[in-house]
Design a protein around this ligand. Structure first.
Ligand code: TRP
Ligand code: SF4
Length: 438
């Protein structure tokens, strides 16, 4: 199995995917520590993560952190696209700085749109909807890849620690892949890491919430961040905690600094072994490692390093299309667009694939299957925020007291309310657009 960010494949077995790629389970023990967790989190739609404990630590100790997402403008914005921004708005409400990249270079390189087309599409289809959905302008920056010098510089500079075979094995590039496409994962790494540069808020935890198709980019960004670190705090195979110097130059000066920093932090049982470029901290405990690593990262810019902390990520499931398969802008009947009229949406809802039985009699007797029902998915992902209410619907579907006709009708009504509200708010977004743009 391979994850290809540019294919239109659907994924079925998320548990297998998670295990195969070493994504960690996003467990209740972890998300329970978030204040009023979002429904996509409570309901297991967000099913995996990498490095989320760093974000929890920042949230719990009210330390600065950021969230970054990117949008690739291609086609109209639908409910599948809405999930990421729902998450972003939630995290903004609990204190994250927000950055949103418009992936115009990626769209140009991989989808064949011009930069101008992507600009208009991004503003009209995506950004206005983000604002209508509740994104706030405070501590929020939306920028275009093609206009952001820091992002582009990083793409060139960070590429030094990645080689061609790695790109080929990760992305399946071939001799005929165009070079802008080849560069686009590095631009995305630039998106993800530039927010830790001093002018964008400095070294701090960064969360990137994505669909699982983006995992190759997440792995690349985490590897690259790691590869550019000067100091590494970790536990060795023989169970000793130590600081290890990555570069081969200025080792003595870096070890001096490590010693000073550790003394200042109250550690004194230190053993320096210069030939290993190591400083062992025998009075450190395993639970100190994350904190220590962050302190060293923060000090790296004064040694001409970046100090990038490995970005954290969460992964969400994709929405199923109304007709089964994937929800996709290229199949309008599979998707509900945020700019659909209530009548258009209703028509698609009435024709959607449900988990109902073949006959009414049978459904009364055996019940329906909400787990294989697009209508239920609409309620679960988007339309019903109250967990008890959703549970009641689930049960009355299962026990055969709720029939699909009524259920669809009710869903269409909820959708109408949502679309009308969004349309209203989108009209006002024009006036405030400038407050968000870089
Ligand atoms: N590649 C993403 C997509 O296809 C868009 C994107 C660009 C992105 N930069 C990003 C996503 C940074 C997350 C973080 O949708
Ligand atoms: Fe889906 Fe509702 Fe029918 Fe159950 S009753 S299968 S939830 S449409």
């Amino acid at each position: 199995m391979k994850i290809d960010p540019w294919s239109s494949s659907t994924y079925q077995d998320y548990t297998r995917l998670r295990d195969e790629f070493g994504i960690e389970e996003f467990s209740e023990n972890q998300w329970k520590r978030l204040p009023h967790p979002h429904r996509l989190i409570r309901r297991g739609v967000v099913f995996g993560h990498r490095g989320f404990s760093m974000i929890l630590d920042a949230v719990e100790h009210q330390k600065p952190w950021a969230i970054l997402t990117g949008l690739m403008p291609s086609g109209r914005m639908h409910l599948g696209h809405k999930m990421v921004i729902d998450e972003v708005i939630y995290y903004q409400s609990i204190g994250a700085d927000v950055f949103i990249a418009v992936a115009d270079i990626e769209s140009y390189g991989t989808r064949g749109y011009s930069l101008k087309e992507t600009r208009n599409l991004a503003l009209d289809e995506y950004i206005k909807n983000y604002i209508a959905l509740g994104l706030k302008p405070e501590n929020c920056r939306i920028y275009f890849q093609s206009k952001n010098e820091s992002v582009k510089d990083l793409a060139f500079l960070l590429g030094k620690k990645v080689n061609w075979s790695q790109m080929v094995s990760t992305y399946g590039f071939t001799g005929s892949t165009n070079m802008t496409h080849v560069l686009s994962p590095l631009i995305q790494t630039g998106d993800i890491l530039h927010v830790q540069l001093p002018t964008y808020g400095g070294v701090r935890p960064v969360l990137v919430p994505v669909g699982v198709d983006q995992d190759p980019h997440i792995r690349l960004s985490r590897d690259i961040a790691q590869a550019h670190r000067l100091f590494n705090v970790m536990k060795t195979k023989d169970n000793r905690i130590g600081v290890f110097i990555k570069p081969d130059e200025h080792v003595a000066a870096l070890l001096d600094h490590a010693e000073d920093l550790l003394h200042a932090l109250g550690y004194h049982k230190l053993q320096r072994i210069t030939e290993y470029k190591a400083l062992y901290i025998d009075d450190a405990q395993e639970k100190d490692i994350m904190m220590l690593d962050q302190r060293f990262a923060e000090s790296e810019p004064s040694f001409d390093g970046y100090g990038f902390l490995a970005p954290s990520a969460t992964f969400h499931r994709f929405m199923t299309g109304l007709t089964g398969g994937k929800m996709s802008s290229s199949k309008p009947e599979s998707a509900i667009f945020l700019s659909d009229t209530p009548a258009e949406a209703k028509k698609k809802i009435m024709q959607a694939k449900t988990g109902g039985a073949v006959t009414l009699e049978q459904q009364k007797k055996e019940g329906g299957n909400p787990d294989a029902c697009m209508i239920y998915e609409l309620m679960l992902y988007h339309l019903i925020d109250d967990d008890n209410e959703l549970k009641t619907i689930y049960q009355s579907c299962r026990n055969g007291t709720q029939m699909c006709g009524m259920c669809k009708k009710k869903t269409a009504e909820l959708m109408e309310r949502f679309l009308t509200d969004i349309d209203e708010k989108r009209k006002q977004a024009d006036d405030v657009l400038d407050e968000y743009l870089e």
